[in-house]
Design a binder for this molecule. Sequence first.
Ligand SMILES: N[C@@H](CCC(=O)N[C@@H](CS)C(=O)NCC(=O)O)C(=O)O
Length: 197
Amino acid sequence: MRLYGFERPTRATRVRWALEEAGVAYEHVVASPHDPELRALNPLGKVPCLVDGELVLTESAACCTWVGTRSPDSGLVPTDPHERARYDMWLSFFTTELEQPMWLKAKQKFAWPKEHRCPEAIAGAEWDFARSAAFMEHHLGEGPFLVGERFTCADLIGAHTLSWARIAKFEVSDRLRAWAAPHLARPALARALMPGA
Ligand SMILES: N[C@@H](CCC(=O)N[C@@H](CS)C(=O)NCC(=O)O)C(=O)O
């Protein structure tokens, strides 16, 4: 497989982490948003972009799920239908609820061209993040895993999102930090953060 990412950590880190967890061989291509090779695959110039033979995937949650589906022994994607439903719920929650206020703040601070920014939106984003974080905290169980009895891409994306939240200076409760800490200490993430391919 071939994974396009940027030099800096991005949502492509999620996919690289999943590839490392699954023990799949991959090539890591360091691109930039205007890279013609990346744009030919994803005209938005965004990462991650994952190529597996004829299959070209964008969207970090879909890419992680593909990696786990292709390596069923990894356990990264549950096969039990009830567990799979809860896994899908968490992935949608992380990408459409928890992460969006963070992304909104980033767009208002630096990601969007100045003429499209509306800095007043940042206070609303912080309020919205707090609501979603409270939802997550409410639904945490006793154990370390969101779904079933083993580490899945739901834990991976949840922990990655919370570490991004701390970097973006959102308020993350002690309970959520304690939940994320063992996942963020996994050796596969350390390997995924190493520079180069
Ligand atoms: N929903 C997408 C978001 C992808 C995305 O926005 N990636 C950022 C990096 S984290 C990017 O490529 N930004 C470059 C740009 O917007 O030009 C996903 O989860 O993969």
